[in-house]
Design a binder for this molecule. Sequence first.
Ligand code: FES
Length: 107
Amino acid sequence: MSEQEQGSYRILGNVDDFPSFPATVTIDRDPFFLVQTNDNDDPAYRLVSAICPHAGGLVRPHENELICPLHFWAFDILTGESTNVPGEHLECRPVEIRDGQFAVLEK
Ligand code: FES
């Protein structure tokens, strides 16, 4: 998806450009997943890093988790918290909808 900067927010793209979740997003060449955390009646969104905190593997969606294929650490797809290695997590940031676009605060 295209990206552009707008103030202190990074625009991820138009809401209409994301018909399903998780959706892949790239920011400064780093891969993320845009996930919907609530149901369609009250949706909320997060950006979850696709880079495993163990040794940098790329996690992949599998059912309700993101799984790293290198050593099989697993993470909750909605929160980024590891489900099999206590205390570990993927970077996770809240996403807002601003003027019909998904936007995430810059770090
Ligand atoms: S790099 Fe992901 S589990 Fe080791």
